[in-house]
Design a protein around this ligand. Structure first.
Ligand SMILES: [Zn+2]
Length: 52
């Protein structure tokens, strides 16, 4: 099992913990999978925003 460096989306702090040591936000993989569910959802969200 290798260490996974995660990044806080809120303050851009890199951490090995699952939560940010600075602001306690959830830290995420800075290189998400290209076709993750969240990516699809955010694309639809952007499209919805544009059509508004
Ligand atoms: Zn943070």
């Amino acid at each position: 099992m290798k260490l996974q460096i995660l990044k806080c989306k809120k303050c851009d702090t890199f951490t090995l913990e699952k939560t940010c040591p600075k602001c306690n936000e959830k830290a995420e993989n800075p290189k998400p999978a290209k076709y993750s569910e969240t990516d699809k959802l955010s694309k639809y969200r952007n499209l919805a925003r544009k059509s508004n």
